[in-house]
Design a protein around this ligand. Structure first.
Ligand code: SAH
Length: 213
């Protein structure tokens, strides 16, 4: 697959844009500097791949804006070996960022088309998630819980209880909450029933959809 010096140069410019917008975690910036985002997008959008913008992918979904990916990943505080659950695999770009940080990644996608495409594509690029799952993210993944981190990459009308329940003590849930506009929200599990909650700025995501059945 084609990753040229031009792409690498554009990626470095993107990293500088993210730094200027306040992203400080060097591991996150390095991951974004390494991952060929243009390969996660349909070819018609190649020239836009390194602008700090969201873009359409298959099944009426979007690849999140790089700033949003960086912001959410920074809030997760991923360490090597952290067990992370992602809701909304989509293009797999966020999944690749988590893999690049050394996380053990479980990721759930409810659109079969995207699930199939991304399951084939990610290993080709060398990003190996522990498990990609076709299913409903509202339920989380109880059989693999607890998680050090859970990241939701679609706008959630409310906070699904199973996602809080599946956090380890000390674990972090990063979730954009709201309907038309979402408030980026961080929950930190302090004890079996204690959660600390922090709110950050407003973001716009495609909706986290409830099960079709
Ligand atoms: N992380 C992705 C973002 C894709 S957009 C990326 O970087 O490309 C959000 C994704 O969430 C879409 O692919 C959408 O199909 C998926 N999604 C929506 N509701 C879901 C649900 N209930 N469970 C799992 N995935 C869901």
């Amino acid at each position: 697959m084609n990753d040229t010096f031009r792409h690498k140069g554009l990626r470095q410019q993107l990293v500088n844009v993210l730094k200027n917008k306040g992203i400080a975690d060097s591991a996150v910036l390095n991951a974004i500097g390494d991952i060929p985002r243009h390969l996660f997008m349909d070819s018609g959008f190649l020239d836009h791949a390194y602008q700090d913008k969201a873009f359409p992918i298959a099944a009426d979904q979007t690849i999140s804006q790089p700033y949003t990916v960086a912001f959410q990943t920074e809030l997760l505080q991923v360490k090597k070996g952290s067990k992370i659950l992602e809701i909304g695999t989509g293009s797999g770009y966020q999944t690749a960022v988590l893999c690049a940080l050394g996380a053990k990644v479980y990721s759930i996608e409810r659109q079969q088309e995207l699930f199939k495409k991304t399951s084939k594509f990610l290993p080709k690029l060398g990003y190996r998630a522990k498990k990609l799952i076709f299913g409903d993210g509202y339920k989380g993944l109880p059989e693999e819980a607890p998680f050090d981190g859970v990241i939701v990459t679609a706008g959630a009308p409310f906070v699904p209880k199973p996602l809080l329940a599946q956090l380890a003590i000390g674990g972090r849930l990063v979730i954009p909450v709201g309907n038309d506009v979402q408030v980026m929200t961080l929950f930190i599990r302090k004890g079996p029933k204690e959660f600390e909650q922090h709110e950050f700025g407003e973001f716009r995501f495609v909706p986290l959809l409830e099960d079709k059945n």
